[in-house]
Design a protein around this ligand. Structure first.
Ligand SMILES: Nc1nc2c(c(=O)[nH]1)N[C@H]1C(S)=C(S)[C@@H](COP(=O)(O)OP(=O)(O)OC[C@H]3O[C@@H](n4cnc5c(N)ncnc54)[C@H](O)[C@@H]3O)O[C@H]1N2
Ligand code: MOO
Length: 528
């Protein structure tokens, strides 16, 4: 695996409150709306893909189609996970893997010095030569630099059981007389908890878990979960309503064009791999691209009037990333770019650097006080299109979604959709606002957030939960059995787990300033 020059991600130290970030996104959309008119109405013809009501599944015919085309079709098969995921213990953060029991004495007065003996990237493996050299006895004074989703070296260094984040250590270098770096070390000033930031193997899907049952309509969350298993096509019933609906044509405005690019050297497109068994794909420490298919299908669902383009995958290499983005901006005449991955603090997190220095983006914020999705990046850029006959400068919105699947999903729902809906609403081709925001200031970010998706609803909680008071938290929730107006927050959720999103019906947002929620509290539920 080759990487470009080492450069740590540079997430802003001070995270922006969510309300401020949303206001920046919506203000930018209003500013962009003044430059050009966009169509918010449906394109002139739409093929209705809705499954026919009351259709007899047993008598129907089936076809195998690409997963990405399967949105709103009815699965003809039940699909179970062939193996548990993640397949190995992995890191949840960019940082250093350490042996927690040997850090107990670390303090400000007595910092613990650990030598960095290796670097493991997501999708990479521990360098075997270094590992052979390290005896168990040395566990007290070594550590391994490790990236989010990189695998722990269970065999060669089983004593490494926890991760400390990059920003919580001081990194130093030992140099030889001629100034060249001989080795690196970290200084640790407090003990590290046992299993801190370690994701245990098998903690998302167990082997044989149901991803979708035969007969169920395929939603973006199914597409994400199927994609994560390396599944590229699916058998569906041929029971769609093929009616072509004609919508009024608008001479004014144009379709919004949105490009989606997945990043990361471990991310693969399984349709381009020649591996027969799905477990092989997962075992090779590759990560099948699930954010790309999720973002594409969710946008197709939420913005049928927009043109959505999956630009593929760019490895963790500045040149490749720049090239892909520049070509897409010039040739595809994009208005919105969404990348996923590469925006936190890791050595290979290159998105901000590329956006700022190569594409000359203006970063509006990088890091928001939310969970999940904290490292989200929002930038704007001016560009020239090679496609249009009369090229003019235009504004592009750039969203850097964090790579963890739920963080990418939150970026889409709570940043990208408010931008897109504010843009189209204010460009004069306005969409209908839902009843919930009638009588409110339609220019406010809060209203745009509500308007930007399938109809939100008021709901009442059945659960009590605590959360950090200064952070806006997005939790997955499901409709309670018995009372349609109440929702339960799911118990086991983490930003790397896709199992929860299959079970959930909504996101609920608990704002900063609230430290706990209680049974019967009223909140807004945002349908998935
Ligand atoms: N030291 C720190 N480490 C991390 C921080 C932090 O603040 N300090 N933030 C964590 C949070 S929160 C998130 S979220 C992640 C986001 O990191 P990146 O945006 O840099 O994403 P990657 O490291 O590239 O990937 C994270 C994770 O997601 C998987 N991934 C990436 N792209 C895809 C895709 N297209 N489909 C499926 N899965 C994908 C990737 O394999 C990693 O597992 O950073 C934390 N670390
Ligand atoms: O892992 Mo992060 O934002 O998704 O919490």
């Amino acid at each position: 695996m080759s990487f470009s020059s080492a450069k740590n991600g540079k997430l802003d130290d001070k995270l922006v409150p969510y309300d401020d970030a949303l206001a920046i996104v919506c203000d930018t959309a209003r500013e962009h709306a003044r430059c050009r008119e966009y169509r918010a109405i449906m394109p002139p013809c739409t093929q209705m893909r809705r499954p026919l009501a009351g259709f007899d599944q047993l008598a129907s015919r089936c076809s195998k189609i690409a997963l990405i085309d399967a949105l709103d079709r009815r699965s003809a098969v039940t699909i179970l996970t062939p193996c548990s995921t993640p397949q190995h213990d992995t890191s949840a953060m960019d940082g250093y893997a350490v042996c927690s029991s040997s850090t107990m004495t670390a303090s400000d007065e007595n910092p613990l010095r650990l030598q960095v003996v290796d670097t493991i990237a997501a999708g990479g493996s521990p360098s075997s030569k270094r590992c052979e050299d390290i005896a168990f006895a040395e566990s007290t004074n070594i550590c391994v630099e490790i990236m989010t989703r990189a695998r722990f070296s269970e065999k060669s260094m089983p004593f490494l059981d926890s991760v400390i984040k990059v920003k919580d250590v001081v990194v130093g270098e030992d140099c030889s007389e001629d100034g060249s770096i001989v080795s690196r070390y970290i200084l640790l000033r407090k003990p590290v908890n046992h299993f801190q930031h370690k994701r245990p193997a098998g903690s998302d899907f167990g082997r044989g878990a149901v991803i979708i049952k035969g007969g169920k309509v395929i939603r973006p969350q199914h597409i994400a979960a199927l994609a994560t298993l390396g599944i590229v096509d699916i058998e569906v019933f041929d029971d769609i309503d093929m009616t072509v609906t004609k919508h009024p044509t608008s001479a004014l405005g144009r379709q919004l064009r949105i490009g989606i690019l997945s990043t990361g050297s471990e991310i693969i497109d399984p349709s381009k791999q020649n591996l027969p068994a799905k477990c092989d794909i997962l075992d090779k420490q590759n990560v099948p691209d699930s954010n790309g298919p999720y973002l594409v299908s969710s946008l197709m669902n939420a913005c049928p009037s927009a043109e959505i383009m999956h630009l593929g995958i760019a490895g963790a290499n500045e040149d490749a990333l720049t090239q892909k983005l520049m070509t897409a901006i010039a040739m595809d005449d994009l208005d919105v770019i969404i990348t996923s991955g590469g925006v936190s603090r890791g050595r290979y997190d290159l998105v901000r650097g590329v956006a700022e220095t190569r594409l000359r983006d203006q970063v509006r914020f990088h890091g928001v006080k939310i969970r999940p999705g904290a490292p989200v990046l929002f930038a704007t850029m001016d560009a020239q299109s090679a496609r249009r006959t009369n090229p003019s400068r235009r504004r592009i919105a750039f969203f850097g979604a964090p790579g963890n699947p739920l963080a990418a999903a939150v970026t889409l729902r709570f940043f990208v959709l408010p931008y897109v809906f504010t843009l189209t609403f204010h460009s004069g081709r306005g969409q209908q606002l839902p009843r919930e925001i009638e009588g409110r200031d339609v220019g406010s970010p809060e209203s745009q957030l509500m308007a930007s998706g399938p109809s939100i609803k008021r709901a009442w909680l059945t659960t009590c939960r605590r959360k950090p008071g200064d952070t806006t938290v997005f939790w997955l929730a499901k409709r309670s059995t018995g009372d349609a107006r109440t929702v339960d927050i799911l118990d086991d959720q983490a930003s790397y787990k896709l199992s929860g999103i299959l079970e959930a019906d909504f996101w609920v947002m608990i704002p900063a300033g609230v430290g706990e929620v209680h049974h019967s509290d009223e909140l807004m539920a945002y349908p998935l």
